[in-house]
Design a binder for this molecule. Sequence first.
Ligand code: UDP
Ligand code: MG
Length: 171
Amino acid sequence: MFVYLSRHYLTYNINNMEKTLVLLKPSCVQRQLIGEVLNRFERRGLRIAGMKMMQLSDEILREHYAHLVNRPFFPSLAASMQASPVVALALEGVDAVQVVRAMAGPTNGREAAPGTIRGDYSMSNQQNIVHASDSTSNAEIELKRFFRDDEILDYTIGTFAFIYGDGEANR
Ligand code: UDP
Ligand code: MG
């Protein structure tokens, strides 16, 4: 018989926990895939540090997609993002930004590999289910854009010692 012993000896000595912003877009909400997509992040071992449903304003969209406001598809992108509420998530984990980007897959769902969120649920370059921050610096900016400080909750999940190996994570 195998028995898990108490692992209070774990040392968390690498300060590499990150938070990243995910938006479950109207293409996710309207197709009633919120639970399915959220489940993937939970199963992976990411901690949900913040979560809320919101209807995006013109102002927040112009800021969030500032790199795209002058592109011809911006009006249709904005309309697609305002077609219904979105769910904003703050997800935490070691290397969370890169891990979540890899889970999302490339922008165009038709080019995304099966097994990625876009590759499993999207046939579109626009209606591609999720937004995910593309760098740690953008993640910090984007989290502040969508969450007040008191909406990001610092709690520990009980399975933490079984998500990371000894010394891999610092909370
Ligand atoms: N988008 C679009 N048409 C394009 C490129 C992008 O409608 O030709 C939309 C798409 O929904 C994408 C979002 O604009 O997710 C932001 O574009 P970005 O290049 O930042 O892609 P992402 O980081 O979401 O993969
Ligand atoms: Mg982007």
